[in-house]
Design a protein around this ligand. Sequence first.
Ligand code: DHB
Ligand code: FE
Length: 298
Amino acid sequence: MTTTDNAVEQSAIDHSAAATSPTAADSGASASASFRSTSQYSGAGAVSDTARVDTLARALLGAVHQVISEHEVTYPEFQAAKKWLMDVGDGGEWPLFLDVFVEHAVEEVAARTQTGTKGTILGPYYLPEQVQLTSPATLPARPDEKGTPLLFRGQVTDTDGSPVPHAVLDIWQADEKGYYSGFAPDIPSGNLRGVVTTDDQGRFEIATIQPAPYQVPTDGPTGALISAAGWHPWRPAHLHLLVSAEGHRTVTTQLYFAGGEYLDSDVAEATKPELILDPTDAGNGTREVTYDFVLERN
Ligand code: DHB
Ligand code: FE
């Protein structure tokens, strides 16, 4: 990627953050720009084996042909699908669409060889290089940040139970309206995002707020498909985490909230029973919860 590409993509992100009326096109395009500039996750060079490409491309096209044949897809339906696919690209919604409807299947394959804390999807709203904090930490928030205060504590150990000193929790979440900083207008950059280093016993304490459920933008092509199919566009409230430590396999995961809406009908099919927090009342309107992470050694 050239410097110019980076500058263009960066300005796309900044533009959306400064816009005044949120649209799906904004968050979709921001997610696209973010994906392209986060080379760590772009998988560049992952697909270089001709035989593998042949196998996967053939299987994928075969699955499409099978659906067309089995469901007797008509020409008008084929042309409508073509237009919709073009709209997803034009609106920059491919990362959004793929992370909602496809990523969980890739994660389930990765999980087959993973022990320790369960992983789940990364989603399109991760941003690297956020503020570095040391536990006990408070995530950056607006002075008038809405939402129930949450104290999130725990310890990072390895699979045989020994503490992992100075493990790192890269955490990001939506606000009390379900919006992510960097992708929605009027939220300061870096809000409710932070990279927290645990103590020398792997322990952490992070003060934040409980996020709201997240709604896939309804005004773009992804939303159009969801509504045309009669589905709902919601994900249950969640915290995102990348938990890492030297010599250990990074866990990409999310934590959900017991009793929350959409836990059993996540549009992204990314919940797991092991990933549900059940915070208790800590007085003064604050909730608290303990969750321990287990990392595999490399
Ligand atoms: C999407 C959004 C999320 O917040 C998430 O965790 C997963 C997917 C999405 O809109 O693609
Ligand atoms: Fe999310």
